[in-house]
Design a protein around this ligand. Structure first.
Ligand SMILES: Nc1nc2c(c(=O)[nH]1)N[C@H]1C(S)=C(S)[C@@H](COP(=O)(O)O)O[C@H]1N2
Ligand SMILES: [Mo]
Length: 412
């Protein structure tokens, strides 16, 4: 039987200990102080989080090594496209195949399941011969900002950086599914990656989508990210891209696609990745997975991040430009507003280039900083009229934190 401890480890909780237990050098307080952690993450994390470069990556903030959970520091978000070597990394399982095991020549995706009319195997070359589509889309972990939850909740203590936006290129999942054909009883499509648990009893990471989302024209099996093959730690050689939905569905190292006539079970569908029923605005639903008390997390909520200045930054008094990003679950950003009087009055920020409704939208705002403390609060509104919350909608997994962010700038 799986012990609770193992489950928590598998879920990425208890990572602070795990990071230290691998023979990683203990860091001095001085080293730790140089790590640009998000303000508000739990005290104690700064003693173990370090900036560290995985192979092929720029330094990221390491929250755990086994499994690898690394977030992007704030200054990597100064562009609406996140470079591949600056893109965050999130895994649940410790046994991640190396480059040899993911050889492009032998790699295959199996497609089948009881809800499919036939079986198929697709090599990487074959995948690349399907009509190719490109989409710019945000990949954000459901648990992004979990570390800011009050009270704190178990799980990887992410700050603001468990997200990124890339231009993905791949085949439509729908075109792959057309190779086998769906029976009319098909209700979900399930996905498995080449990574696995280190202990037999840890549940494998298997996720499913409702058929309607799987066959959406935006849902891709991607083999390129920003014009390059996918980085190893972001799912080489192919991964699912599910624009608008949180990262949990974006299966990396995809090797199996299974058409289901019954709901996918298992730990990673329930109890993991659930939000209380009715707590958040009703959006895209995953009906076959809903229970009376919880529903699967689906679309991202509207959100924004101030990226040009960290909280407490020193600035010159006078006119300064503050920049940031805004995004949502795929309706697109209608407006970003900024307030310098604690939310009493709001001014409209300028929006940058529109890279598509699933992409990060750059915004900028000019403010006149008076000597002393200047506090700026930002609120984004989506095209469906959804805005960020003023207070945290607490839930046990720390999901969907889109509380309006404030930074204080010290002007002299
Ligand atoms: N094979 C595999 N795919 C996976 C995961 C995983 O643990 N294994 N984690 C998922 C989760 S929860 C997230 S948030 C995203 C993170 O994508 P990234 O590591 O490319 O940033 O990958 C998803 N795909
Ligand atoms: Mo995630």
């Amino acid at each position: 039987m799986m012990t609770r401890r193992r489950l928590l480890e598998a879920a990425g909780a208890g990572v602070v200990c795990a990071a230290g237990g691998l023979g990683a050098p203990l860091r001095s307080a001085a080293d730790a102080a140089s790590v640009p952690l998000s303000p508000g993450v739990p005290v104690g994390l700064d003693g173990s989080a370090v900036l560290e470069a995985l192979p092929g990556k720029e330094p990221l903030i390491k929250l755990s090594y086994r499994p690898p959970n690394y977030e992007s520091p704030l200054h990597y978000f100064d562009t609406p496209i996140t470079p591949n070597d600056r893109f965050y990394v999130r895994y649940h399982l410790t046994d991640i195949p190396d480059a040899k095991a993911l050889d492009a020549k032998t790699y295959k995706i199996a497609i089948g399941g009881e809800g499919a009319n036939a079986q198929a195997e697709i090599t990487l070359d074959e995948l690349k011969r399907f009509p190719a589509y490109e989409i710019v889309a945000v990949n954000q972990c459901s648990g992004n900002r979990r570390g800011l939850s009050q009270p704190h909740v178990p799980g990887v203590q992410w700050g603001y950086g468990a997200m990124g936006c890339a231009r993905w290129k791949g085949a439509r999942l729908k075109d792959l599914l057309d190779k086998v054909g769906l029976k009319k009883e098909a209700i979900e499509i399930a996905f498995n990656g080449a990574d696995g648990p280190l202990f037999d009893k840890t549940p494998d990471f298997i996720k499913s989508l409702p058929v309607w989302k799987a066959i959406d024209e935006s849902t891709l099996v991607a083999y390129e990210m920003n014009g390059e093959p996918l980085p190893h730690f972001n799912g080489y050689p192919a991964r699912l891209v599910v624009p608008g939905w949180t990262g949990t569905y974006w299966m990396k190292h995809l090797i199996d696609i299974s058409v289901l006539t019954r709901p996918q079970g298992g730990f990673w569908m329930n109890p993991a990745y659930r939000i209380p029923a009715g707590q958040f605005p009703a959006v895209a639903r995953f009906v076959t997975q809903e229970t009376a008390t919880t529903v699967p997390i689906t679309e991202m909520v509207v959100n924004s991040l101030i990226t040009s200045h960290a909280d407490g930054a020193a600035v010159k008094a006078g006119t300064i430009t503050v920049r940031g990003l805004a995004w949502d679950g795929g309706y697109g950003i209608r407006a970003v507003e900024a307030s310098i009087d604690g939310g009493q009055s709001w001014s409209t920020a300028m929006l940058g280039e529109d890279l598509g409704r699933y992409a990060f939208r750059l915004w900028s705002f000019d403010l006149t900083a008076k000597p002393g403390k200047n506090t700026l609060t930002v609120n984004a509104t989506s095209n469906r009229g959804e805005t960020q919350t003023t207070t945290l909608l607490f839930n046990p997994a720390g999901y969907h934190n889109n509380v309006r962010q404030s930074v204080t700038l010290n002007a002299a």
